[in-house]
Design a binder for this molecule. Structure first.
Ligand code: NAD
Ligand code: UDP
Length: 338
């Protein structure tokens, strides 16, 4: 089977490309490299001895998409491509809606024209907003995202829902990721954020490696175990496996299916800092700062639906996530550049 992976040189896309190649799929990657480099695919090849075909281009480029579908017999699409920085989305809403929403619509139009109706979409737990109850189940109502990034994910989910309602040939998985972290166990693939990281674990690992001075902890007065925010961190390799299971599952289903991809466990910022210090043997200096606007106190998944319906469960512990992050960061202090 041949799979088109949009955003396949990015953090989650590259780990999933590796998992696909290892499972025997052929992979065509489409990426405009706005937040990644094709070095990630060189690492994939070095690890598994197989390569994906890389096409440098934009998911909003309909003629290019048409050519890809004409030249390759694509069976399904894993759609990771998009912009993902929450703060930047507030400053550049049009870029976010264009890349994320228009990109997804253009992709679906090209897929329909080519007769390809299987799609796995990268959604996010952000679509739940701030639920009153934990853990979060897929049947909880979606909330009101507080930024254009979150809005774009919710809009795309709704577009895909309407598409499935209108045309029964579609089979679409909406995968709502919780907090993907970690790196491939080889130490040669991982997250390589450009500029100063926004997310907790890349920030901590850059403090530990000496590239950043200290961590700011955004709030210690939440109603949580130690006052800091609680999240469901999931190893990126477990997440990649979840995509393969979803891909398998949508080939025997139709319509829209929503699955949470999380571990079901929540950890506080301070628990993550301690786990990272233990894994790296380095200390992570921090300072408590005011809460970050838009943050929820806690967020973790009920992942039993994915377990029941996909036969998928995250297996890697927080300690493993930290160890693998540190292996990647210490081997490659400047990410794929060195
Ligand atoms: P990433 O930035 O590493 O990967 C996204 C890739 O898409 C990049 O390689 C980028 O160059 C490419 N891209 C962006 N816009 C494009 C366009 N218009 N055309 C072609 N390529 C384009 O991000 P990631 O962490 O791997 O995330 C992958 C997907 O998962 C994204 O859709 C993101 O919103 C979603 N997601 C990520 C997280 C997370 O915490 N990492 C959480 C929930 C959902
Ligand atoms: N966080 C923090 N300092 C940072 C980045 C994040 O204290 O530099 C906290 C944030 O407030 C949240 C948790 O870490 O409680 C996870 O944040 P992240 O941005 O990684 O993911 P989010 O859940 O916001 O998507």
């Amino acid at each position: 089977m041949k799979i088109l992976v949009t955003g396949g040189t990015g953090y989650i896309g590259s780990h999933t490309t590796l998992a696909l190649l290892e499972a025997g799929f052929e992979v065509v990657v489409l990426d405009n490299l706005c937040n990644s480099s094709d070095a990630a695919l060189h690492a994939v090849e070095a690890i598994c001895g197989k390569s994906a075909l890389m096409i440098h281009g934009d998911v909003c480029d309909r003629p290019l998409l048409d050519r890809i579908f004409q030249q390759h017999s694509i069976d399904a699409v894993l759609h990771f491509a998009g912009l993902k920085a929450v703060g930047e989305s507030v400053r550049k809403p049009l870029e976010y809606y264009e890349s994320n929403v228009c990109g997804s619509i253009t992709l679906c139009q090209a897929m329909a024209a080519a007769g390809v109706f299987r799609l796995v979409f990268s959604s996010s737990a952000t679509v739940y907003g701030a639920p009153e109850q934990m853990p979060i189940r897929e049947d909880f109502p979606t909330g009101t995202p507080t930024n254009p990034y979150g809005q774009s994910k919710l809009i795309i989910e709704n577009v895909l829902r309407d598409l499935c309602a209108a045309e029964p040939k579609w089979s679409i998985a909406l995968l709502r990721y919780f907090n993907p972290i970690g790196a491939h166990a080889s130490g040669h693939m991982g997250e390589d954020p450009s500029g100063i990281p926004n997310n907790l674990v890349p920030y901590i690992s850059q403090v530990a490696v000496g590239s950043l001075h200290e961590l700011s902890i955004f709030g210690d007065d939440y109603p949580t175990v130690d006052g800091t925010g609680v999240r469901d961190y999931i190893h990126v390799v477990d997440l990649a496996d979840g995509h393969l299971k979803a891909l398998q599952s949508i080939s025997t289903r139709s319509g829209i299916n929503v699955w949470n991809l999380g571990t079901g466990d929540g950890y506080s910022v301070l628990q993550v800092v301690r786990a990272f210090e233990q894994a790296s043997g380095r200390s992570v200096p921090y300072r408590v700062m005011p809460r970050r606007s838009g943050d929820v106190a806690e967020c973790w998944a009920d992942s039993s639906k994915a377990q029941k319906e996909l036969g998928w469960k995250a297996t890697r512990s927080l300690q493993e996530m930290m160890t693998d992050t540190w292996r990647w960061q210490s081997n490659h202090p400047r990410g794929y550049q060195g």
